[in-house]
Every structure is written in structure tokens, then in C-alpha cells.
Design a binder for this molecule. Sequence first.
Ligand code: UDP
Length: 370
Amino acid sequence: MFDYLIVGAGLYGATFAQQAKRAGKKVLVIDKRSNIAGNIYTKNIEKINFHKYGAHIFHTNNTEVWNYINQFSSFNRFTNSPVANYKGELYSLPFNMFTFNKMWGVVTPDEALAMIEKQKKEITREPGNLEEQAISLVGRDIYEKLIKGYTEKQWGRDCKDLPTFIIKRLPVRFTFDNNYFNALYQGIPIGGYTKLVENLLDGIEVHLNKDYFINKIEYDALADKVIFTGAIDEYFNYCLGNLEYRSVRFETEILDTSNFQGNAAVNYTDKETPWTRIIEHKWFEFGKDENGNDIPKTIISREYSTEWKLGDVPYYPVNDEKNNKLYQQYKELAKKEEHVIFGGRLGEYKYYDMDAVIASALGMAKLLLE
Ligand code: UDP
């Protein structure tokens, strides 16, 4: 008999499992995939840590989370500075003085500010959707070239129908600072995310290729409590209808060249290019292998954003009003499942970053284990 059955060996599940084991609990982790680490899974190919389910850059302002996760891996000094490619014109991201200079030829912060002040005048009320929010943050020119196309490709929805919080994730700075995140701590785990999760799960029983739903009754009987990190609507067999998610299709190539695009991430912000971005994985580790040698080849992944349908991997919850409302209804059902705790991006239907997932799992562990 186990104290906890943890469904899903991703970051939430692994963090909770580590905490439970540390507290002396008996823990079993199962995952339907053949690997641990969920969507942060990395695989070493051609000496490159390849982010199979999309790029993950760890960043946080939470010192407790940073100190916690550093017990399981060291982190390199990678700083995310994506480049936007709009029909061959390159712009710095996030929006900063380099971006404003390229867009308008402005040189000083006051000139950039004046330009944005002028352009944002068209928004006369509190922004009610992503389009209005974006224009009031950076003006129409930047919205048209760097936000509209990218956002509509990524979410498959008009910017007028998307919530404001999505664009508020990005910093706007009147300095020459290309750091994409406003975070005290940032980096990529040295040796890869899979290794990090392996360390979290050290000494814990993990069964892979096991689908909880196929043997739910037997699994439930194995433990006092279940920590479920899959999709909350799937847990309830979509009985209230499905929540919407965005999925991603990756087209990955190994190329016989050492440098394809000179940066880890290039975002294609026009509407016509079918992919949203291209990731060149080696640049997360400065193009070096584990011994510090240059890597002769490269791996690139083109990301195509798609609407999730049954059988696809869900990546992004669509936290608009309609879906949040449906989620609240599922949450009511969840409350009645007293032996089950729903956690993580899918369990809580929340556009969580990795640090927030860890914080949430640590918080739940504290609540249950202390
Ligand atoms: N975004 C944009 N242009 C870009 C990059 C991002 O308009 O070049 C917007 C877009 O709406 C996106 C949001 O910012 O959904 C958040 O982007 P982020 O990079 O945080 O998304 P993630 O890394 O989670 O895919």
C-alpha cells in the first residue's frame, strides 16, 4: 500500500513525489509515456540536449523555488533573448530600446516613450482584450509587426478575443536590455531537464508506459491519496464538455551545419509563415557539448501551433472566459473527489511557468505533509 499514487512524472508530480518521500511517505509515480519529465523532457542527440516538447527556459523571482531546484541540478547562465523575424526584418525581444530604435529610428528613451504615448491614444478605455492591451503597452506599429501575427498563430484566435494577461507576460523596457524575463534567476539545467527530474525522483518507484485510466480502479486501490497531474477534464471523462487547449506540432531536423540561426529562438511574427518559431537547441548551452567542445551539427525545431483535439498532447490551456468558467465547474466536481488532488498546468488548467508549478507542488506538499 502506498501513501500517494502520483499520476504523471512531470515537474509537478516529481516535485510532490520528492517532498512526500522526504517526509517518509511511500510513493508510486506512474506515467503513460515511456519517459519521465513530462513536457520538459530533454534527450541528448548529437551531443545536444534536445527539448522534445518545446523550449523550456527556467526563470524565477522566487528564491525558495530557486534554492530548492538547485539541489537537483546546477544551472548555466543562459539568458533568453529571442529575435523576432517579421518578413526578413529582425527585431529584438522583449520590447526594448533596440526594438524601438529598429522600428522608428528613435534613439532616446524619451523619444520612444513619446512615440508609444502618441500611438496608444487610440485606446480610450481600460484594455478589455489582448489587442487593446498590446497597443496601450507598445503602440500599433509594434502590435502589427511583432504581436498580432504571432499571437493569432499561437492561439488560433483573434487578438480581440484573447485575454489581456497573455501579453502582460512580456516586459516592456526603455533600456537596452534584451533579457526576455524579468527574473532574478534564470538558466538551463546543466545535463538537461530529464536529469533534473531523474534526481527529483531518486529512490522513488516509477512505472512508465502505464495509463492510469485503463486500470483506474486498481490504481486507486493502491494508495490513500492520488495526485493527478493530467488534464482535469479528461479525469472526468469530458462529462461537461472538453476544455480547450493549444497543442504544438514540431518539425525537427538535424542539420549538417554548425549554426543555423545564431540564436536559440527566432519568432516568426508575420501571419503568413506557418510556424510560430524556430528553436535551435544547441544555443541553450552556447553550442558546446558537456566537455566544452564546439558541436559540429545542429538541431532545429519548427513549431506549429494547433487546436488541441482528442489524442493530441495538450500544451497551453486557453484561459479565456468561456474555458475558465467550464474549469470552475470541473473544479466543483474535483472537490467531491476527496482522495484526489489535481495539480500542475493540466490539473489546474493554468498557464503556469515551471517555477510556479514547483511553488504550487511545494505548497501542496506543505499542506498535506506537515
Ligand atoms: N508574443 C508576441 N510576439 C512574440 C512573442 C510573444 O506577440 O514574438 C505574445 C504572444 O501573445 C504569446 C505571449 O506573448 O502568446 C506570451 O509569449 P511567451 O513567449 O511567454 O509564450 P511561451 O514561451 O509560453 O510560448
